[in-house]
Ligand binder design. Structure first.
Ligand SMILES: [Zn+2]
Length: 139
């Protein structure tokens, strides 16, 4: 964990290590509110420090900010060792499934943008999962 921070040229502050360690213990995606709720009281880390560190960890490509979803607010995920992210998201229940697709990844990697150099990408396909589609049919 410290090597990721060192590689990214980030200082090893106590707060930063506590935040990153906590993030690594969570499930794949998390909200800033969750980190604030978990660490503000327990570890006496201020809300501002948490938000600043989340932004810095995103800049360093250690975290990735996911596309905004109304029901949850801003969500993040660890981007370490996984520069690209492809997933389906059910807009009904929020269930997420990650998937691999070499063709899509290659298409995005080969794409040249004018005046823009991509670092990584996250593709989200929104829809309805099997369970929610079944429920909808029954209603
Ligand atoms: Zn669903």
């Amino acid at each position: 964990m410290t090597s990721y921070l060192r590689t990214a040229g980030m200082r090893l502050t106590h707060e930063r290590l506590v935040i990153l360690k906590h993030i690594c213990s969570l499930e794949r995606n998390f909200t800033a509110d969750r980190i604030v709720k978990d660490l503000c009281e327990q570890q006496h880390i201020s809300t501002a420090t948490i938000y600043n560190n989340l932004a810095m960890l995103c800049d360093a490509h250690i975290l990735r900010l996911l596309p905004h979803r109304q029901q949850t607010g801003a969500q993040y995920e660890l981007a370490i060792g996984d520069k690209h992210s492809l997933r389906y998201v059910c807009t009904q229940c929020g269930r997420e499934v990650t998937f691999k697709n070499k063709a899509i990844e290659q298409l995005l990697l080969d794409r040249h943008f004018s005046n823009f150099e991509p670092d990584n990408f996250s593709l989200v396909v929104y829809g309805h999962c099997k369970t929610c589609r079944r429920k909808k049919k029954r209603d």
